[in-house]
Design a protein around this ligand. Structure first.
Ligand SMILES: NC(=O)c1ccc[n+]([C@@H]2O[C@H](COP(=O)([O-])OP(=O)(O)OC[C@H]3O[C@@H](n4cnc5c(N)ncnc54)[C@H](OP(=O)(O)O)[C@@H]3O)[C@@H](O)[C@H]2O)c1
Length: 310
């Protein structure tokens, strides 16, 4: 049985979203991260396809993606449409300064003002505090720091909901302890190749915080295959990980299903995962992703993949 693709409530935010979210990191043209460039026309066409389609309604970006290019490109399409169309949920992230890695109160303020201006919006539905592991924790959490500034924006209604998006699970669990976040994004840590987000997923599930799983393909290898794209989490993958990806691919071949379908459905079928963020940079990817999500996989494949993952 395939996972339900019905829209659902995004944890404490109350926003209603499709379980597949369009991830706009690679779409912002980040060749140093993804090892290829994305022309503006492809990016704009991908966003237009989402807005024109009947199904997906959830878009994820960040101030820092493409150093502003992702938000700028999304903003081009939103301006064409006269703003955010009804029913669309757009999330962005408050980011550190790219040169100094500082994320203090002033930087959080700059980040939000830049996002509003690039996107052409006067309020933001959901803003995640982003990549805090690179920053000085006192500057983020201290009095007048980034988190205080974001809460101030939320009190004013400029930000409607506040989330957390970061990497290391222990860091994320400490931030969740603060009790202020309505949704969290973890990335590359809940895939066919990595389950280390498990304690965070359990915690979010217990507390009614939306767990949003980004990068189900490990940034591409589990979609394009380990021969074509032997990278995981934005860098060349170690040989042992590539070998495991080949084993997973062999299991999928035995069952006659694409590796990408198994990688995507691994995330979609977990009831604790509210939404899965998939990076896509071509308009046809939206239809392909929905097809991968709907493909009926034999139940036995999960045990076989589990065995190959160990
Ligand atoms: N801290 C955080 O908050 C955080 C961290 C990481 C990611 N994220 C979010 O999660 C999103 C997804 O992560 P990600 O983009 O890094 O990794 P991903 O979703 O695991 O993989 C994305 C890559 O897979 C490729 N792909 C997708 N569908 C495909 C298909 N049907 N066939 C072949 N290739 C396919 C895309 O390539 P093409 O270019 O060919 O379409 C894309 O670049 C990001 O865009 C971002 O919005 C958030």
């Amino acid at each position: 049985m395939t996972a339900s693709l019905a829209r659902r409530v995004l944890g404490r935010t109350g926003l209603t979203v499709h379980p597949i979210c369009l991830g706009c990191a690679s779409l912002g043209d980040m060749p140093e991260t993804f090892a290829y460039s994305v022309p503006e026309e492809d990016a704009l066409a991908t966003v237009r396809t989402l807005l024109d389609g009947p199904e997906l309604n959830f878009i994820d970006t960040a101030n820092i993606y493409g150093f502003g290019e992702s938000e700028r490109r999304i903003g081009v399409v939103l301006r064409e449409r006269g703003g955010l169309p009804p029913g669309i949920v757009l999330a962005t992230k408050a980011d550190r300064d790219k040169d100094s890695n500082r994320l203090d109160g002033d930087q959080a303020h700059r980040s939000i003002e830049q996002s509003l201006s690039r996107l052409g919006l006067d309020r933001l539905q959901l803003v995640y505090l982003h990549d805090v592991e690179y920053c000085d924790q006192d500057e983020v959490l201290g009095r007048g720091g980034a988190l205080d500034v974001l809460r101030g924006y939320r009190e004013q209604g400029v930000i409607e909901h506040l989330g957390l998006a970061a990497g290391p699970i222990d860091v994320m669990l400490r931030y969740v302890d603060l009790g202020v976040f309505e949704a969290v994004i973890s990335h590359n840590r809940y895939t066919l190749l990595d389950r280390s987000a498990e304690p965070l997923i359990e915690r979010c599930d217990a507390e009614g915080i939306a767990f949003v799983n980004a990068a189900p393909y490990g940034s591409g290898m589990l979609a394009k295959g380990p021969s074509a794209y032997p990278r995981y989490m934005y860098r060349d993958a170690p040989a042992s990980l590539v070998a495991r990806a080949f084993e997973l691919e062999a299991v999928c071949r035995r069952f006659g299903v694409p590796l990408a379908a198994a990688a995507l459905q691994f995330s979609l079928r977990d009831p604790r995962v509210t939404a899965t963020i998939v990076g896509m940079t071509k308009p046809e990817r939206i239809g392909q992703t929905l097809e991968l999500a709907r493909l009926a996989l034999p139940e036995e494949i999960w045990a076989a993949l589990e065995a190959a993952s160990e």
